[in-house]
Design a protein around this ligand. Structure first.
Ligand code: FE2
Length: 197
């Protein structure tokens, strides 16, 4: 993990947040495999993924996700931040949504193989899960940050939550203090009053 952190140092120590392109290029260049990858993982079976934040500076956030087999994360955005996700191990199923007419319309569903990088624009709403295969899914996430908050969609409960950036992409039933605002139905992030953002 130290080699990944060292690679991030250049961008993380700049005075301004990195661009999406810079993050994607860095993600593509990262090498983490074998024993180092096994040691870096932090599974959390209570959640869709175990969340290991390894970098948290005024301009950049880095997180390693160790996915729980079979579990989708909740559809979410990244609070307007840009970022990228690199599949380090395993295979991901990725869904991209559009929020409209009180629901989430599926725009795209794709399989993401090991080595690939997903670019996350500032208004992306998406969800992921482990898509089977011999190796568990492990993903590396870099964002221009820190992410101040996220919009998380509770599709089952038909509610939209704005959660703090320290929460993962799930409904924090056991940590309600992470919920900053909530709105009935599935609504765009802009629906929240400006003082909540
Ligand atoms: Fe995400």
């Amino acid at each position: 993990m130290q080699t990944v952190i060292a690679r991030c140092d250049g961008l993380a120590s700049q005075p301004t947040p990195p661009t999406l392109r810079q993050l994607a290029e860095l993600l593509a260049a990262v090498e983490l495999s074998g024993e180092a990858l096994r040691e870096a993982q932090r599974p959390d079976p209570r959640r869709p993924y175990g969340r290991r934040v390894f970098l948290d500076t005024p301009v950049m956030e880095g997180m390693l996700a160790t996915w729980t087999p079979g579990a989708w994360c909740a559809p979410h955005d990244h609070g307007g931040s840009v970022g990228g996700v690199r599949v380090l191990q395993g295979r991901a199923r990725h869904r991209v949504f559009c929020v409209r007419d009180g629901g989430l319309a599926l725009l795209r569903e794709e399989q993401i193989e090991a080595g690939a990088v997903i670019s996350c624009g500032p208004s992306l709403v998406h969800a992921m899960r482990c898509d089977g295969g011999d190796a568990g899914l492990v993903t590396l996430h870099l964002y221009a940050g820190p992410i101040p908050w996220m919009t998380v969609y509770d599709v089952e409960g038909q509610e939209t939550l704005q959660v703090s950036g320290g929460c993962g992409a799930w409904i924090p039933h056991d940590q309600p203090e992470l919920i900053r605002a909530r709105a009935p139905g599935l609504v765009p992030p802009q629906a929240f009053p400006s003082d909540a953002t």
